[in-house]
Design a protein around this ligand. Structure first.
Ligand SMILES: [Zn+2]
Length: 477
């Protein structure tokens, strides 16, 4: 009976300790990949076996509702901050800040002024503050010094660096002696070709096939480095693309005197800064100019866009209908594909795919918000999120194990520019670990007590026997 109890105690102790060690927070790895301008339905345009492989063995969200304006820099910053444009401050690819009296422009890569980026704290900074290391291969903004720091490893932006070289760097950082736990990988296509050809062009087929081949290359390299099964890979994009036409052009010069305003950002969302004393004149001239152009005074911009409370948003915003193009006149550049339109439009949406130990297998979900990626990344990395506009609750069904404790704490209150309040610590304390350690210790102590008692008892009956043995000869004698 005692011996059975001993074995049961021993097995329980061993089991609890092994569970405890398996719960011990490991260093989870996340690689976030963005294929710029990959519209959600490109997956079905041509065979994309590698994307479908990830989908089959991981999770797939058909459409991601991105943020307004549906441009590259605002959306890439949302993916790594969880904030709407009015809160993270990168409100467009081309901006003017009247407070700083400075301009920001993607066209001539005038994007390196830290002050434009410091209204938010991107995830790589939070990750590094938590004692981890991050690596970024050309992800927009990761070669800008933000809050006095860079990612632990990064590549200065250079579009001529090949996809293979970027992948090689990512693999090198994940397999170094002090490996990164967070990798960010960016590729310019299919955005460039989407602009040039227009998404409806049959020539987009080979462009999408090429992206699928590149994903296949990334998967092969991850497998070769033995990372495929241990790393959480997320593949998404910043926006989609819609077909434009030279028959759908709105020329501002037809309605406005060019001396009366400055055009800060062009198409399809024109950010207009009227010259001193010209606001009413410019607004009235534009308000009823064209049936496919909706003109807003800054304070009238719809709330659902979360695009109002920032000094970099100009006094007048003119938004073109889908597929319409805003130019000053026909001497301006025109492209057959464009994005930036209303984020409610399906054609502006990217997709989301993920594979790895944290994700379910062969699971499809209809939609998510791009702001929800940030709390998901923080959860995967086991780091504390800073205030954001997303919710882990919205995407926790993608995870292989539920996150009941985390869910009540992962919804940030609505954040408005100027009223961002630090909220409750969102880090999930590894309670299971502490409970495991405590339970393990108690069972080990109980096991030791029973073991010692058993040892003492097994010694005690031996004494009379021994005495009997030595007393025998005496008796006999
Ligand atoms: Zn883009």
């Amino acid at each position: 009976m005692t011996s059975n109890l001993l074995w049961v105690s021993f097995l329980l102790a061993a089991l609890t300790l092994s569970i405890t060690f398996s719960l011990q927070p490991d260093q989870p790895k996340v690689l976030l990949v963005s294929f710029d301008g990959f519209r959600w339905d490109y997956l079905y345009r041509v065979p994309t076996p590698h994307f479908h492989h990830v989908k089959e063995y991981g999770v797939h969200v058909k459409q991601v509702t991105n943020i307004f304006i549906t441009k590259t820099y605002p959306n890439h910053y949302t993916l790594i901050t969880g904030l709407f444009a009015e809160n993270h401050g990168i409100v467009a690819n081309d901006m003017f800040d009247p407070v700083l009296n400075k301009s920001f422009s993607l066209d001539n890569m005038n994007i390196y002024d830290s002050e434009f980026w410091e209204e938010a704290t991107p995830i790589w900074i939070t990750n590094q503050r938590a004692g981890h290391t991050s690596g970024a291969a050309m992800w927009p903004g990761t070669d800008v010094k933000i809050h006095k720091s860079f990612p632990t490893y990064y590549m200065p932006y250079n579009e001529s660096v090949s996809f293979e070289e970027r992948v090689a760097k990512i693999i090198e950082w994940f397999t170094s002696k002090e490996p990164i736990n967070l990798g960010l990988l960016y590729w310019e296509e299919p955005d460039d070709m989407g602009h040039l050809l227009g998404p409806d062009s049959p020539l987009m087929g080979p462009v999408i096939s090429d992206i699928d081949q590149r994903l296949g290359y990334l998967i092969r390299m991850l497998k070769k480095a033995k990372l495929w099964n241990v790393l959480n890979l997320i593949i998404t994009s910043d926006h989609g693309m819609t077909q434009c036409s030279e028959e759908r052009i709105i020329e501002l010069d037809q309605y406005l005197d060019k001396d009366h305003y400055t055009l800060i950002d062009k198409s399809p969302v024109a950010a207009i800064l009227p010259k001193e004393g010209r606001f009413d004149e410019v607004y009235e001239a534009l308000a009823h100019a064209h049936p496919n152009l909706t003109v807003y005074k800054k304070e009238e911009i719809p709330d659902r866009w979360h695009y109002k409370h920032n000094s970099r948003i100009q006094p007048i915003l003119a938004v073109a209908d889908e597929g319409w193009y805003i130019l000053r006149n026909k001497s301006d550049d025109f492209l057959l594909g464009n994005h930036g339109y209303d984020n409610a439009l399906a054609e502006m949406h990217p997709m989301f795919l993920a594979h790895g130990p944290a994700f379910r297998k062969n699971f499809t979900k209809e939609a998510m918000n791009s702001t929800d990626l940030y709390p998901l990344l923080c959860h995967l990395l086991n780091i504390t999120a800073v205030p954001h506009n997303g919710s882990l609750r919205n995407v926790q069904d993608l995870l292989s194990s539920p996150t009941p404790r985390a869910s009540p704490y992962t919804q940030s209150p609505p954040l408005l520019h100027g009223s961002v309040k630090p909220r409750e610590n969102e880090q999930e304390e590894p309670y299971a670990y502490f409970i495991g350690v405590s339970l393990g210790s108690i069972i080990v102590i109980v096991f030791l007590i029973i073991f010692i008692k058993h040892l003492i008892r097994s010694q005690i009956p031996a004494l009379p026997d021994f005495q009997a043995e030595i007393s025998q000869p005496l008796l006999q004698a």
